[in-house]
Design a protein around this ligand. Structure first.
Ligand SMILES: *Cc1c(COP(=O)(O)O)cnc(C)c1O
Length: 375
């Protein structure tokens, strides 16, 4: 028996500590992608490990309809840190499931069906979230998908104004597109979709699976533009490496969500990890740190790479470097010659999503390495 979905990389990672990963030969790598933003506190963070270990010896799982203190605590913490009057939370197991739930809830609460998504947007791989995902390569083999999904140019407020109508159940959008190439939306666009959806009685779903949890310099990226969605989805870093997703809703969504459930929702072990992760991020002010180091990193990249790259963009510790030729060669050289692991975002963008714990020296290491590699 063998797996078949992933083509495996030529390094076997056996251990992680803070921003570092170690292979089976003991070689140290700087994890500048935080393993796809999944470990905002770095690998093996003490507080998270302690929370999991304690919970593991008490209770790993009980059916979701029984109250469990650690899950109640997580509900409370998420309610406390969620933007504006978002106060209801549904816990699930991944980003795609958080978005899948969001689309279902929006349809039930509005009684409408049309979903508006954006060109280059990415929301996950299950059928509903996939239907709102732009890339043809991901969608084509599985068609027909959901009907009544319309794609609008990202950051184009006029196009969005034309698309949102009385039949619209939801607009789903990333405040900064991750997979699509690290594309930030303008404040105007974000405010516009808030107004348009409110007027049409549609739900605004902000997918913060990648932008959330302090990465952009605020706990949620929507705080930069002062926009409160009707549904905010989170996942990736929420359990600092353990699988969890959250669909956070305003009351009007939660009151008419339909009928929904999932066996592992709010699993005690995973809830303990998420509670420790989010409390640590907020109590230790990691969003502020991410803003500071992110600004420093982007500035140094600009100084070092100057006119050798097409663009450097992003916010906080969500940074895209658009290179002139393929990003893959650069990523390979970063890994093999400099022991730095970074990520692509499309063919021409090198994506940095480091753990929020990185310091200036580690940022400098990446800048120096890129300075040597990029021609
Ligand atoms: C990764 C990602 C998802 C999907 O999350 P999974 O946990 O892989 O299902 C959805 N939306 C965004 C913005 C993402 O970055």
């Amino acid at each position: 028996m063998s797996g078949f979905v992933y083509s495996e990389k030529p390094i076997e990672i056996v251990e992680g500590n803070g921003p570092y990963l170690y292979d089976d030969n003991g070689t140290e790598y700087l994890d500048m992608g935080a393993s796809y933003a999944c470990v905002p506190l770095g690998h093996g963070h003490d507080r998270v490990t302690d929370a999991i270990t304690t919970q593991l010896s008490d209770l790993t799982y009980v059916q979701g309809s029984y109250p469990v203190a650690v899950r109640s605590q997580l509900y409370e913490t998420l309610g406390h840190v969620a933007p504006g009057d978002i106060g209801k939370v549904w816990l699930c197991n991944s980003g795609t499931e958080a978005n899948e739930s969001a689309l279902k809830f929006a349809r039930a609460a509005t009684g409408d069906t049309k979903i508006i998504a954006t060109v280059q947007g990415f929301h996950g791989r299950t059928m509903g979230a996939l239907s709102a995902t732009w890339k043809e390569k991901y969608r084509d083999p599985y068609k027909p998908l959901l009907e009544n999904v319309e794609f609008v140019q990202y950051d184009d407020a006029d196009a969005m104004a034309k698309a949102v109508d009385d039949d619209t159940a939801a607009v789903i959008v990333e405040p900064i597109q991750g997979e699509g190439g690290i594309n930030p939306a303008s404040t105007n666009f974000m405010k516009m979709i808030r107004e348009l959806t409110t007027e049409a009685g549609a739900a605004l779903i902000l997918d913060e699976v990648q932008t959330g949890l302090g990465r952009t310099g605020k706990l949620w990226a929507c705080e930069h533009v002062d926009v409160v969605p009707d549904i905010l989805t989170s996942a990736k870093g929420l359990g600092n490496g353990l699988p969890i997703g959250a669909t956070m809703c305003r009351d009007w969504i939660a009151e008419e969500y339909g009928d929904h459930a999932s066996t592992f929702s709010g699993n005690p072990l995973i809830s303990a990890a998420a509670e420790a992760t989010i409390s640590t991020i907020t109590e230790e002010h990691f969003p502020v740190h991410a803003a500071e180091i992110g600004t420093y990193l982007q500035k140094q990249l600009e100084v070092e790479l100057d006119n050798r790259v097409r663009d450097i963009r992003g916010k906080g510790l969500m940074v895209g470097i658009e290179v002139k030729r393929g990003a893959n060669r650069i990523l390979q050289e970063l890994a093999m010659n400099h022991r730095i692991l970074a990520l692509p975002a499309g063919r021409t963008v090198v994506r940095l999503l480091p753990p929020l714990i990185i310091n200036k020296n580690q940022a400098d290491r990446v800048v120096d390495a890129l300075g040597e590699i990029v021609e």
